[in-house]
Design a protein. Structure first.
Length: 473
C-alpha cells in the first residue's frame, strides 16, 4: 500500500478522486488558485466541475487508471471513496502518496489564522456567515465551505488575508487533523452512526478536537445545547484554550437577549461579556429561524475571539443571504414557493420547519423528505418522523443510500410510521418521478413546498416548479 502521504510536500500536482463533491471541490479550488496543477475525476459532469476547469484543472468524467498523470505527486481521497476504487487501487500499485482530504485542508491552513467550525449541524451556514461577513469588512479570508454561496464553485476561495475559515467535519474524526486558532462547536449530538457507537465516543472525539486548538487560542461553544454544555464541563480549566460561550443562557459570554422574526429575516440583540467589551449590539440576520440567528451569534463570537471588532462584524453579518440547499428559494409558480433544505437530522428538520413556518403566513408547509443513509435512519428514523409532524403534509421517499449498502429491514417506513403515530399527514412514494405530479395536486396558492434531505431530492425542486407551471395544473 502506498504511504499515507504528507500533504505539505505532495500537493504540487494532486489528483482528486471525486473532485466534484462539496468538500473535495473546495480544497481543489484553493489549490488551483494557489498555482497547483490540479487534476481529478468524477462520475458525472456538473457546474462545479466546469468551475474547476475554468481555473485550469483537468477533470475526467468516469474513473480510470489512465486518469492519473504520470507525474502526479499525490492522490487525494475522502472517506466516501471505497478501497476498491480503480484509481485508488492504481495509486497504491504505483506507489503514489494517498492523501486524505482533511490532511490537504490542514496543509492549506498552515501559515494562516484558522477558524474551524464543527458540530452536528449548522457548520456550512456558520462557516459561510463568517466568510461573507469577513469579506464584507475587506479582510479577504480564505475559506472552504461545504456548499456554494451563489455560483457553482463558490464554496471555496483563496484570499490574501490572514484568516482561513473552514468546516471541520466530525463525522469521520478527520477534524482531528486541524490546529485552529479559534474552534467553533455549535452542538454535540449523537450522529454519524457508522463511526460513533455512543455519546461518550462523540464527546471523546470533540475533546481531541479541542485539544488541537493552538496555544493562546479560543473555543467558542454553545451555552444552550446539552451536549455542548457537557463538553464545556469536560474541557474547562487546566491549561486548555480560552472558552467563550454564546446563547440564551444567562451565563453566556455572548448572551442572546432577543431574536425577533420579521418574515424571512430576524433582528438579534446580544450583550457581550466585559472581557469582550461589554457592549449591547443589535443586528440583522437575513435568513429565517432561531437556529440561523444562533449560528450568526456563534460567528460573531468567533470573530471577536480573533480580534475582529464585534460592532463592525455584527452589521456585516447581514450581508449573508444564504447558501445553496439551506432554505434556498428555488422559485415560485402558481402562487406556490418551492424551497430546498439540506436538513437530514431530526434537529435540523424540526428547526427548518419551525423557521419556514414564520414565512408561510396563512399557507401550508408541504414537505418532500428523503431519508439519508440506512445507518442514520436505523438510529434516528423515529425522530425524523416526529419532526415531520410539524409540516402540514409530507411525502416520504425511499432512503438515499449514498456510500452505504442496504441494511435488512431498514426502510423509509420507519420514518413514515413514526410520523403517522404523531398525527402527521404523511404519504409514502417509492417512485421519485411521480412526486412533481403528486405535489402539484396537493399544493394551493400561498403554500410552501420544501424538498428536504441530503440526497438527490434537491433535483425535484425544478421539476415541481415545471409541473406547477404547466397549464393543466
Amino acid at each position: 500500500m502506498a504511504p499515507a502521504g504528507t500533504a505539505s510536500d505532495a500537493l504540487d500536482r494532486p489528483h482528486f478522486i471525486g473532485i466534484g463533491g462539496a468538500g473535495m471541490s473546495g480544497v481543489a479550488k484553493v489549490l488551483a488558485m494557489r498555482g497547483a496543477r490540479v487534476s481529478g475525476s468524477d462520475t458525472k459532469d456538473s457546474p462545479i466541475v466546469g468551475a474547476l476547469r475554468d481555473l485550469g484543472a483537468t477533470v475526467h468524467i468516469g474513473h480510470a487508471a489512465g486518469n492519473i498523470a504520470a507525474d502526479a505527486t499525490s492522490v487525494v481521497v475522502s472517506s466516501a471513496i471505497r478501497a476498491d476504487n480503480l484509481e485508488l487501487v492504481t495509486a497504491r500499485e504505483r506507489g503514489i502518496p494517498v492523501v486524505h482530504r482533511s490532511d490537504a485542508l490542514a496543509a492549506l491552513m498552515d501559515g494562516s489564522r484558522p477558524i474551524a467550525v464543527a458540530g452536528t449541524h449548522g457548520k456550512t451556514t456558520t462557516t459561510s456567515m463568517l466568510a461573507v461577513s469577513l469579506r464584507t469588512l475587506g479582510l479577504d479570508p480564505s475559506y472552504v465551505i461545504g456548499g456554494d454561496l451563489d455560483a457553482p464553485g463558490s464554496s471555496a476561495r483563496h484570499g490574501d488575508g490572514e484568516i482561513f475559515v473552514a468546516e471541520a467535519d466530525e463525522s469521520d474524526r478527520s477534524f482531528h487533523k486541524y490546529a485552529p486558532e479559534v474552534a467553533i462547536i455549535l452542538n454535540v449530538e449523537l450522529d454519524h452512526h457508522a463511526n460513533y457507537a455512543s455519546m461518550d465516543e462523540i464527546h471523546a472525539s470533540f475533546q481531541t478536537f479541542v485539544g488541537r486548538i493552538r496555544p493562546g487560542g479560543a473555543l467558542v461553544i454553545s451555552a444552550d445545547q446539552s451536549g455542548a454544555r457537557e463538553l464545556t464541563a469536560r474541557v474547562s480549566g487546566g491549561e486548555g484554550p480560552r472558552v467563550l460561550t454564546y446563547g440564551e443562557d444567562e451565563g453566556a459570554d455572548v448572551r442572546v437577549l432577543a431574536i425577533e422574526p420579521h418574515g424571512l429575516t430576524s433582528e438579534v440583540t446580544v450583550r457581550l461579556a466585559e472581557s469582550l467589551g461589554g457592549a449591547e449590539i443589535a443586528f440583522t440576520v437575513s435568513v429565517p429561524g432561531r437556529h440561523y440567528a444562533l449560528n450568526a451569534v456563534a460567528a460573531l463570537t468567533a470573530g471577536a475571539a480573533l480580534g475582529v471588532p464585534a460592532h463592525e462584524l455584527a452589521p456585516a453579518l447581514a450581508s449573508y443571504t444564504g447558501v445553496k440547499r439551506r432554505l434556498q428559494l428555488k422559485g415560485t409558480e402558481a402562487g406556490v414557493q418551492v424551497i430546498d433544505s439540506y436538513a437530514h437530522h431530526p434537529t435540523e428538520i424540526a428547526a427548518d420547519l419551525e423557521a419556514i413556518r414564520g414565512g408561510a403566513g396563512e399557507g401550508r408547509v408541504l414537505v418532500v423528505f428523503q431519508p439519508h443513509l440506512f445507518s442514520r435512519t436505523q438510529e434516528l428514523g423515529t425522530e425524523m418522523g416526529e419532526a415531520l409532524a410539524l409540516a402540514d403534509a409530507s411525502v416520504v421517499l425511499d432512503i438515499y443510500p449514498a456510500r452505504e449498502d442496504p441494511v435488512p429491514g431498514i426502510t423509509s417506513a420507519l420514518v413514515i410510521d413514526a410520523a403517522a403515530r404523531h398525527g402527521a399527514d404523511v404519504t409514502a412514494e417509492h417512485d421519485r418521478n411521480a412526486v412533481p405530479e403528486l405535489i402539484a395536486g396537493m399544493a394551493k396558492p400561498g403554500d410552501l413546498v420544501l424538498t428536504m434531505g441530503a440526497g438527490d431530492v434537491t433535483d425535484l425542486g425544478p421539476e415541481i416548479l415545471a409541473r406547477l407551471q404547466s397549464p393543466e395544473n
